[in-house]
Design a protein around this ligand. Structure first.
Ligand SMILES: Nc1ccn([C@@H]2O[C@H](COP(=O)(O)O)[C@@H](O)[C@H]2O)c(=O)n1
Ligand SMILES: C[C@@]1(CO)OP(=O)(O)OP(=O)(O)OC[C@H]1O
Length: 153
C-alpha cells in the first residue's frame, strides 16, 4: 500500500474556462495556465506520482514545452496512471479539497465525483471531495489538494 499527496493552484481571470476534476464549471473566471488549468486533476496526478516517488507533473509535462499548451489534464492523468501501473499499483481511494470563493461548487459535487470515478475506474464512494472558500483571503485563485491511496492488486 502507498499514499501520496498533491497540491496545485492557479490564478483566476475572466475569459478562461474553469475545469475541475474533468468537469467544466460555469464561472465568470477560469484558471490561467499552460494547460486547461484543472487544479483537481493536477493535484491528483501529483499525489499519484508522489505515492510512487516518481517526481511531479511539471517534470513530465514542462510548462515551457509548446506541445503541452492547452493540454487536456485528462492526458496528464492517463500518463500518471500508466506510471503507477508500471510500478505495480492501482488507485483504491482518493480524497480532495478545492479552495475557491466563487462560484459555489456544492451543486457540482456529484458530477465531479462521477467524472473522477470514471477516470480512475473507481466507484464514486471511493472519491471524496470537499469544498472550502478562502474566506476572502485569496479571491483570485483556485487551489486543490489531494491524497491518493494505492494498492497492489
Ligand atoms: N466554492 C465553494 C466553497 C464552499 N462551498 C461550500 O460552502 C460551505 C462552507 O464553506 P466555508 O469555506 O465557508 O467553510 C461548505 O459546505 C462547502 O462545501 C461550496 O459549495 N463552494
Ligand atoms: C500542466 C502544466 C503543463 O501544461 O502546466 P500548467 O497548466 O501551467 O499547470 P501546472 O499546475 O503549473 O503544472 C505543470 C505544467 O507542467
Amino acid at each position: 500500500m502507498r499514499i501520496g499527496f498533491g497540491e496545485d493552484a492557479h490564478r483566476l481571470e475572466p475569459g478562461r474556462a474553469l475545469w475541475l476534476g474533468g468537469v467544466e464549471i460555469p464561472s465568470e473566471r477560469g484558471a490561467v495556465a499552460h494547460s486547461d488549468g484543472d487544479v483537481v486533476l493536477h493535484a491528483l496526478c501529483d499525489a499519484l506520482l508522489s505515492a510512487c516517488a516518481l517526481g511531479d507533473i511539471g517534470a513530465l509535462f514542462p510548462d515551457t514545452d509548446p506541445r503541452w499548451k492547452g493540454l487536456e489534464s485528462r492526458v496528464i492523468l492517463e500518463a500518471a496512471l500508466a506510471r503507477v501501473a508500471g510500478m505495480g499499483y492501482r488507485v483504491s481511494q482518493v480524497s480532495g479539497v478545492v479552495t475557491l470563493d466563487k462560484p459555489k461548487l456544492g451543486p457540482h459535487r456529484a458530477a465531479i465525483q462521477a467524472r473522477l470515478a470514471g477516470l480512475l475506474s473507481l466507484p464514486p464512494d471511493r472519491v471524496g471531495l470537499t469544498f472550502k472558500t478562502s474566506e476572502g483571503l485569496a479571491p483570485d485563485h483556485v487551489q486543490a489538494r489531494c491524497v491518493a491511496l494505492l494498492e497492489a492488486p
